[in-house]
Every structure is written in structure tokens, then in C-alpha cells.
Design a protein around this ligand. Sequence first.
Ligand code: RIB
Length: 306
Amino acid sequence: MKKALVIGSLNMDMTVKVEELPKLGETIFGNDFYESCGGKGANQAVAVSKLGMKTEMIGMVGKDSQGEKLIQNLNKYGIISDNVIKSDELTGRAIITVDRKGDNNIIVIPGSNFKITKEHIQDKQDVIASSDVVILQNEIPADTVEFSLLKAKELGKITIFNPAPARKLSEKVFKNTDYLILNETEMEEIFEIEFNDKEYTEKISSKKKEYGIKNIILTLGDKGSILFSEDNSIKKYGVYKVKAVDTTAAGDSFIGAFTMKICETGNPDEAIKYATAVSAIVVTRQGAQDSIPTREEIEKFIEENK
Ligand code: RIB
């Protein structure tokens, strides 16, 4: 059985539901508040595992009750958590506001996520070696991300990198990435290409060549996604029409589902179509990890929405 390794963040999410996201300086009432397990890394790990792939996670939490809950939650979903280290720093947290249309904004307080170093990864090379695909995001230090991608590529693994939240990155990161999966905001911040640019796709293609990125998958929320392939072709994908309740973890579940399918079929086209169905289901449900569907639920959804 193939194994996915996620090297990334674990956060305790604190979500407030509101009618509309507050404006600058405005005080508003919330309708609901809940705590749930999140973090882009952990969400992606849960998605891959729920879809039936053997999954391991390397990350860092605090020696506090939230860290304990996050580890227990990984275990609940069958994820190998032996290499989730406990540090003296507090566990990462995220403050999430979700409006009535399901749109959100997120503030991450990284805490122990920012304490995981390349030396930690160096010590865990056997874990990388025993995996088939390695997934990274941007909620751990930049040099740890860079080193992990380099090691994964040296060991001949498929690498998937989700540069969220966006920050300027070293070119080395891109050379060691097989699939760069990002949204339009991250595209603008990292590559300075604006969504309303008349030559949007052309400019992305040329950046892809310039940086030596094999494949880019651009996710555009309810506008679908675009695959910029290794062979330099460009393909656009639509979305399923659903009523969104909470878009938190829609991107993470897309990445988890894409990972599982690319390992199963080696076909990015098939993997994107499958991932699109998974995130369509996720946005109709509240929360991050609990909203990720099972394989059976996805197959039923695809069948019913043909
Ligand atoms: O992508 C959603 C995730 O972003 C949340 O679970 C939150 O923890 C932040 O990492």
C-alpha cells in the first residue's frame, strides 16, 4: 500500500460564525462559536487518510491539552503520529470567522509549528524514505519546507507543495516540487500575477517555465481550477453547484484528494476531477476535518451529480 507523508502544521481552530465579516473598526455579534482540530497540514493528512491511503504526519505541537487533542485526533483518523513532536511552545491556533455564505478569513498563531527545524527533518529521513508522496504547506518555517522538499526529491518521492499562507519563496523550492497547488491570492502574492490580468494564464505559464515548476494547479474557489501541465498544456475545470455553509478546509481536502488519486492513477486530470467533487462536499458541511467525506460518500455524490 502506498504511503503519504505530510510535513506541516497542526492548529486548534476557534471558529466564530457571523452574518457578515466585520469591517475595519466595526464591532459585531457572532451567532455561534466552536473549537475544532485544524491546521493545513493536519487537515490534508486527515483527507488523505479518510480516502483510504496509509498516512503519516511529521509536525510539532505544544505540551498542552490542545496539542494532546490534536494528536488524539490524528490517531482517531488512523494517521501515524509517532513523529509529531511535543515542544515547550504553545500549540498553534487559528482564529476563523465564517459568514453566512460560508466565506471565511483566518488568522494563524503558529506557536510550536514554527519550532520545527530542518534538523528535525534530517533526523526523520527514514520516514521520508518509507513514503511515496510528501505533502508540504507554508505554516512551518520556510527553510524547513525547503529542506523537506529537497530531501523528498533526493529520495525520489512525489512532492506536492501548497504555499499557503503565501510568502516569498526560494527558487529551490519550486525545482523540488512536482505539483504546486495554490489559489489566486497566493498566485498574486508569490508571483505578482493579478487575477484580472488579461494575460493571466499566459503569465502563469511563463513563470512556470522560468522557475522550472513541473505542474501548477491553480484553485479558484467557485470558479473552478486550472492545470498547467508538465507538457505545457493548460486545462480548465469547472465546479459542482452546491450551497456553501463553510469553505474552511476546502483547499486542504482538494489537496488530500488530489494526492490520493495521483498516487492511485498517476493521472492529474482524473485527480483534479475527483478532488473537485471532494471539496464540493466539504463546503456544504461545517468545520475542517470532520467535513471531509469518505470514499463511499464521494462516489455517491459523483454519481448523483453526473
Ligand atoms: O485551511 C484551513 C486551515 O487553515 C484551518 O484549519 C486553520 O488551522 C489554518 O491552518
